[in-house]
Design a protein around this ligand. Structure first.
Ligand code: GLC
Length: 739
């Protein structure tokens, strides 16, 4: 251990020493140049860009993915600029590069950090082979509003799941050492509170009380900071009246003073110059001041720093030591990445992009992302050799680009394998397939296609519908106010359900959709999110029983959009609803008076429960939980308890269950959620097999920010559940006592 510590210390000294050796040589203009990220790529005048790089005015390029161009521009930086400081080459490598993995929301459904980490690793290796050394991921904004298009890019509604999987993504991107070939710097974004944009409208205002901000939205960022994420990115949003990009509370008080974070913060795209559009500043000079003073180190694509920091320093509003601090963090990352020793990339140093191993990783991730929401009348699994005819209908059955999802500028649709292709490949000749796209897009309202589909259904034994949303209907700036299946997909489902044949619906979408209007019309419902390059084989293998589905919902599925926000980790309120306290709008007595029923927290026309709760998902087998117990019912602060449960596979096939542990702090200095996820494990059992699943919970795991914004664990009584979803009722208790 001693030698490791010594070596680590030397490394840190060498980085710090090398930073100082550079800094002392730099002019103020060169220092400000290190705080500027410009756009690269085909639309940019390369001569002007090279001039700026040679003049030491560019620290990083965004969106240049041609390797020869990247090496050429690195050469200008290294050989033409006075100090030869290499460039950070950045790209949004969010869920894959050419080999595309499920959207992060789909990956979150796996509840599997290893799958998430390996996906990030493959993405890093493919991106690094193109000279990219910095990705703008993971996006760890807690997202509880499926109207918001960027929920697709998130890891769901739960702070703990987002923290664990966000850190796994950081590990995958950054590897054991940033200087290793294939390691790229990660970026925790968007700091902070972006997922709470009002009405689910992207870029919209966010008003989050500090206590809620700290207990929910900041937790994954604190975890990322502790995990050593190389960079942070500020959010676009107006957070409590101060746009996040100008928030000293976030970028100085929390990130630096409380968390002692030592990486650097990049703004979002022109988010500094947007401060005047927000109405926080009157012009770019004021915007540059507000962002620099708040703690934004590097400016993305706008040029307020380049244009105005010299004057702000001259005016004494920003001092040189603040600029030096920003430059140190940027130079330190470039040194840790090994860019001074290895500024150029040779693709021969990397595996072939989209090689079979990478494709297999993408398939494994897609398999574990699939969530079986309904399976009645043993509709699934199908058999590959049943002498049956299959009707495969819908706009998402053979959509190689659309199944990749959002943020896939580098996704290669030519290698994307669709469900139709995979099913055709999988089944035997005895099975007839009748395929019909049925509608141009998921938004089409062409009723003629429904009659064609009905005719196809009539001559088939089983109907499989591939429906949902195209890639463009989620992602940045693509929010929806109505999250039903678009177009006349609902009408299609209802028409097919009248044929008296088994109807299986496979939904490919970038968000939870509201499915109450069709859930009773289908026999089986498989949620595939946007499953990426290998989504087709994964879906086919689950449909035909080669694999049992294991995914669980990482986000709540509302019955109707009017329930939003609806999430499992809610507060109890003073008048919590129960099944007994709710009355449905259609059952209200004609003579009902004001206090004749209800008087608890629910909607007359939707009740208080979602359609599918967080953590829900079926498999082809059945699991039983029993013998839940804790090794102590009284836990002294500073210690741990062990909670255990017996898990039995009482079904007919080998399957995987995601066992989840939740706690509730019954009384707190601030009110606490009715349930909080504090542990999960994927357990695979053969039919008839049982095992004991245990979790260790330390009192630190129970800590929350109190009214004084102090992170505390309080003595008191707790409930503890272990089960297969957040609705589990298998519960025990324990108390926390003061030492
Ligand atoms: C975008 C996004 C951010 C992304 C950046 C660079 O506007 O908000 O997530 O990393 O610009 O593309």
């Amino acid at each position: 251990m001693k030698s490791n510590t010594k070596r680590k210390r030397l490394l840190v000294d060498s980085v710090a020493d090398r930073v100082e050796q550079l800094l002392v040589q730099m002019t103020m203009s060169e220092k400000i140049g290190q705080l500027s990220q410009l756009q690269g790529g085909s639309g940019v005048d390369q001569d002007i860009l090279k001039e700026a790089i040679a003049a030491g005015q560019v620290s990083s390029l965004l969106n240049e993915v041609d390797l020869d161009t990247v090496n050429e521009l690195q050469r200008v930086a290294v050989e033409k600029s006075r100090l030869g400081i290499p460039l950070l080459i950045a790209r949004d490598v969010i869920h894959g590069f050419e080999t595309v993995f499920p959207i992060p929301l789909g990956q979150a459904a796996s509840f599997n950090p290893e799958v998430v980490k390996s996906g990030a690793r493959v993405a890093a290796l493919e991106a690094a082979s193109k000279g990219i050394n910095w990705t703008f991921a993971p996006m760890i904004d807690v997202s509880r509003d499926p109207r918001w298009g960027r929920i697709a890019e998130s890891l769901g509604e739960d702070p703990y799941l987002t923290s664990v999987l966000g850190n796994a993504m950081i590990d995958g991107f950054q590897g054991d050492d940033l200087a290793d070939a294939g390691s790229i710097a990660a970026c925790a974004k968007h700091f902070a509170g972006y997922g709470a944009s009002e009405a689910g409208i992207d870029y919209n205002t966010t008003n989050i009380p500090e206590n809620e901000l700290r207990n929910v939205h900041l937790r994954p960022f604190k975890a990322a900071s502790e995990a050593g994420v190389a960079t942070f990115m500020s959010s676009f949003g107006d957070l409590n009246g101060v746009p996040a990009t100008a928030s000293k509370f976030l970028h100085t008080q929390v990130l630096r003073d409380e968390w002692h974070y030592d990486g650097f913060v990049v703004s979002d795209w022109e988010s500094i110059s947007q401060l005047s559009i927000h109405g926080l500043t009157a012009n770019d000079k004021e915007s540059a001041y507000e962002a620099a003073a708040a703690g934004i180190d590097m400016e993305m694509t706008s040029t307020t720093y380049r244009d105005h920091l010299p004057d702000l320093i001259e005016d004494g509003l920003i001092n040189e030591s603040e600029i030096d601090g920003k430059v140190r963090a940027v130079l330190a990352l470039k040194i840790k990445l090994g860019l001074f020793e290895n500024p150029y990339t040779d693709s021969k140093d990397y595996e072939q992009i989209s090689n079979p191993e990478y494709m297999q990783e993408a398939k494994s991730a897609a398999l574990e992302s699939l969530v079986l929401l309904k399976n009645e009348n043993q509709s699934l699994p199908l058999s590959v050799s049943d002498k049956k005819s299959l009707a495969i209908i819908g706009p998402m059955a053979d959509a190689p680009y659309e199944q990749l999802g959002t943020w896939i500028f580098d996704g290669e649709q030519k290698i994307s394998q669709t469900p139709l292709q995979a099913i055709e490949h999988l089944i035997t000749d005895d099975v007839d397939i009748h395929y019909l796209k049925a509608m141009d897009t998921t938004r089409s309202r062409d009723d003629g296609s429904i009659s064609q589909a009905v005719e196809l259904g009539k001559k088939s034994d089983v109907i499989i519908l591939f429906l949902g949303e195209e890639s463009i209907l989620s992602g940045e700036a693509h929010s929806r106010a109505d999250i039903d299946l678009p177009g006349n997909q609902v009408e299609l489902i209802k028409a097919m359900s009248k044929l008296g044949k088994p109807v299986i619906a496979v939904i490919l979408a970038g968000r939870p959709l509201t499915l109450s209007n069709i859930v009773d019309d289908v026999d089986a419902l498989l949620y595939a999110w946007h499953p990426g390059t290998m989504g087709g084989p994964a879906i086919a293998e689950v449909l035909f029983g080669l694999e049992s589905p294991s995914g669980k919902t990482p986000v709540t599925f509302p019955k109707v959009v009017g329930q939003i926000p609806i999430y499992y980790g809610k507060k109890n309120t003073g008048k919590p609803a129960t099944d007994e306290s709710c009355v449905h709008i259609d059952e209200i007595d004609a003579k009902a008076e004001q206090t004749s029923f209800g008087m608890t927290a629910f909607h007359l026309d939707a009740g208080y429960k979602p359609l599918f709760e967080f953590g829900y998902g079926l498999s082809y087998s059945e699991f039983n939980y029993s013998d839940l117990h804790v090794n102590t019912n009284s836990l002294t602060i500073g210690n741990s308890l062990r909670a255990s449960v017996k898990l039995s596979n009482i079904g007919s096939c080998r399957a995987t269950e995601i066992v989840q542990l939740y706690v509730r702090d019954l009384v707190g200095n601030v009110t606490r959620p009715v349930k909080e996820l504090k542990g999960f494990k994927r357990i695979t059992l053969d039919a008839g097999e049982s095992t004991v699943v245990s979790f260790d919970i330390h009192t630190d795991d129970l800590a929350f920010y109190n009214r004084e914004m102090k992170l505390v664990t309080e003595a008191g009584d707790f409930h503890l559940w272990i089960g297969g979803s957040s609705a589990t009722e298998l519960r025990t208790e324990f108390s926390v006592t003061k030492p």
